[in-house]
Design a protein around this ligand. Structure first.
Ligand code: MBD
Ligand code: FE
Length: 266
């Protein structure tokens, strides 16, 4: 989410805003009607939404309950890898990491970073099957205690985050630790809402990846692991079948991979 820091009012007419707002009101009217919303319920909602905003959880709430629907409407019918949620824990400007002599990208981690070592690799192509060498990859994930650096973790900023490039074959391999299922914060207004819905706060373990290549649409997606107990009931509904990979047990580490297909710019 970007913050609007423009305080110069008044703004000029924006036809897209007008068009979208008219549709919003039209559908809200239908929604009030169908839900038979009474005035007290409306007032309760405004109060809750006010607390949501003040708690700083609005991006969390929106990304958990709304973002998936924006993506599904836009992409389900198109070729190329399905996008998934950006989520509230992306940060710009994570450090660039160079591959070592063996082509391994060792993600920033603490000394003795807890968790199972994971080598995750991917190949990046486009919808015409062309390999995308030197594509930008921006990667982030949670740690073994399910925390995201720069947000809810004590780890140094940018722990388990990094930017890097695909090699000449469109391939990359990161050395990281296995991500674990994530409980979204459930003590604030978002948790209050989960309680009303009798919904658990869990997301299956996932890796976040953003790909950028000239002439191609940016792909923001996630990777999930077969067998995760939260796969079918992800609170944020971010799972797509083609984003599920299999963890392979090796001697002292785990391995997984997935191929990614970018759409060309329109
Ligand atoms: C996450 O880790 C996440 O990826 C999303 C989409 C929402 C909440 C927490
Ligand atoms: Fe996440």
């Amino acid at each position: 989410m970007t913050q609007n820091t423009n305080t110069q009012l008044p703004t000029s007419k924006n036809e897209r805003v007008e068009e979208v707002f008219e549709l919003f009101i039209k559908h809200m009217k239908e929604f009030f009607d169908e839900a038979k919303l009474n005035h007290e319920e409306y007032t309760n909602f405004v109060d809750w939404a006010d607390r949501l905003g003040k708690s700083g959880e609005l991006p969390l709430y929106a990304d958990v309950f709304l973002e998936t629907h924006v993506l599904q409407a836009m992409y389900t019918e198109l070729p190329g890898t399905q996008p998934s949620l950006l989520g509230p824990y992306y940060v710009d400007e994570s450090p660039y990491v160079e591959a070592d002599e063996e082509g391994i990208i060792d993600l920033p981690k603490r000394e003795n970073e807890p968790g199972d070592v994971l080598y995750f690799s991917g190949t990046v192509k486009n919808v015409d099957g062309e390999v995308l060498a030197n594509a930008d990859v921006d990667y982030w994930q949670n740690d073994n205690s399910a925390k995201y650096s720069n947000f809810d973790s004590d780890a140094p900023d940018f722990n388990l985050r990094g930017r890097f490039k695909t090699d000449e074959n469109g391939k990359f391999t990161v050395k990281t630790i296995q991500a674990v299922p994530y409980a979204i914060p459930d003590q604030g207004p978002t948790g209050e809402f989960l309680g009303y819905m009798d919904q658990h706060p869990m997301r299956p373990a996932h890796l976040h990846i953003m790909f950028k290549a000239p002439g191609h649409e940016t792909l923001i997606t996630q990777v999930f692991f077969e067998g995760d107990e939260w796969m079918e009931t992800d609170v944020a509904e971010g799972v797509r079948d083609e984003l599920i990979t299999t963890l392979e047990e090796k001697d002292g580490y785990k391995e997984a991979s997935l191929d990614f297909v970018l759409r060309k710019d329109q």
